[in-house]
Design a protein around this ligand. Structure first.
Ligand SMILES: Cc1cc2nc3c(=O)[nH]c(=O)nc-3n(C[C@H](O)[C@H](O)[C@H](O)COP(=O)(O)OP(=O)(O)OC[C@H]3O[C@@H](n4cnc5c(N)ncnc54)[C@H](O)[C@@H]3O)c2cc1C
Length: 302
């Protein structure tokens, strides 16, 4: 029996754990991945907007967080796969069969990248599907398709155009949604072609990706374009499936909370991006962790 179980060890979960420790709460953090950090691990650019710390990338910020919590007393289990939760009973069961109970639970499960859910997408994982712009040297000299029309898609197209002969951006909308500085660069870069009002239907290949099938608005039939790499940047979705209909969610499946980060079930808190569709940031996640921990501590004292 713990005072607090925290699910997720991104900035929100780590901040909550740090505060729970300071407030004398017996805390266990459960992280499904091998390492802590959440989305920080996929930030390859400098982080200049987290007050007080400037880092060259997200891994460096994660390392700073890890350094600060290394002497804390809370327990942290990585590779912790949760099989089921009973939020009213404050009980979790891990895939290993272990059962955990607590007085309060803090959900800090963040977001994951939205998938296209088309044939070939899962099949070519590690065989042409590009997880991160950090992998771009492996695609040097190859033709790449970027799916999406926002900032992340545009930024990736520009990064890959530094090493790839052609980069094709395929997006649904009439216009790119990316900020102007990116779109201007996209339209003037001779390696980059933009297909608006277009959809990728299928990713094709044998051992590795060889082509994508694209349908363009107004075209009679889909066509195939030869590429060796595909990167999908069509937004994020909250990691809330585990909680089923036990908690109130909004239309986008984000958890609904009040100003203390309390959910619709007593003593269940949700912090960070999983409950913040409006403005997901590291600062917001870290601040929410502090608020939730302080609320729990004051309730336990009362
Ligand atoms: C490319 C990129 C650039 C960004 N740049 C900036 C920036 O410059 N400034 C800024 O403020 N923000 C930036 N962000 C956003 C910032 O990274 C997020 O707002 C922040 O990481 C949110 O923290 P979080 O802890 O809420 O969620 P996450 O970072 O998503 O962490 C959630 C954690 O929960 C774990 N988890 C999920 N489900 C389970 C489960 N069932 N059981 C156990 N663990 C689970 C995940 O594995 C993950 O470790 C950027 C994000 C990206 C992707």
């Amino acid at each position: 029996m713990h005072d607090v179980l925290i699910i997720g060890a991104g900035p929100a979960g780590l901040s909550a754990a740090r505060w729970c420790d300071e407030l004398g709460l017996d805390t266990l953090v459960l992280e499904q991945s091998e390492e802590v950090g959440g989305q920080l691990l996929s930030i390859h650019n400098p982080i200049e907007n987290y007050l007080g710390i400037h880092t060259d990338n997200g891994c460096e910020l994660r390392d700073r967080f890890a350094e600060q919590i290394k002497d804390c007393d809370f327990d942290l289990w990585t590779n912790a796969e949760i099989a089921s939760v009973d939020l009213k009973a404050k009980r979790l069961v891990l895939r290993s069969g272990e059962e955990l109970k607590s007085i309060a639970i803090i959900i800090a499960t963040g977001l994951r990248r939205r998938k296209l859910c088309i044939p070939g997408e899962d099949e070519f994982t590690g065989r042409g599907m590009i997880a991160s712009s950090g992998d771009r040297q492996a695609f040097a000299g190859k033709d790449v398709c970027v799916v999406g029309g926002g900032d992340a898609a545009a930024e990736n197209a520009l990064l890959f155009a530094e090493v790839c002969p052609t980069v094709t951006v395929v997006h649904r909308g009439k216009k790119l949604r990316a900020r102007r500085e990116f779109t201007e660069q996209l339209h003037t870069n001779h390696c980059i072609t933009v297909f608006p009002e277009s959809v990728v239907h299928r990713i094709i290949g044998r051992e590795h990706i060889e082509a994508v099938e694209i349908e363009r608005s107004g075209a009679i039939k889909p066509f195939q374009m030869a590429v060796q790499g595909v990167i999908v940047r069509i937004g994020f979705q909250p990691n809330t499936e585990l909680f089923g209909d036990q908690l109130e969610k909004d239309d986008g499946k984000y958890l609904v909370t009040n100003a203390r980060h309390e959910t619709s079930v007593a003593n269940i808190f949700a912090i960070g991006d999983v409950a913040n569709p409006a403005a997901p940031t590291i600062s917001g996640a870290v601040g929410a962790g502090a608020t939730a921990a302080k609320t729990i501590a004051s309730r336990l004292k009362a």
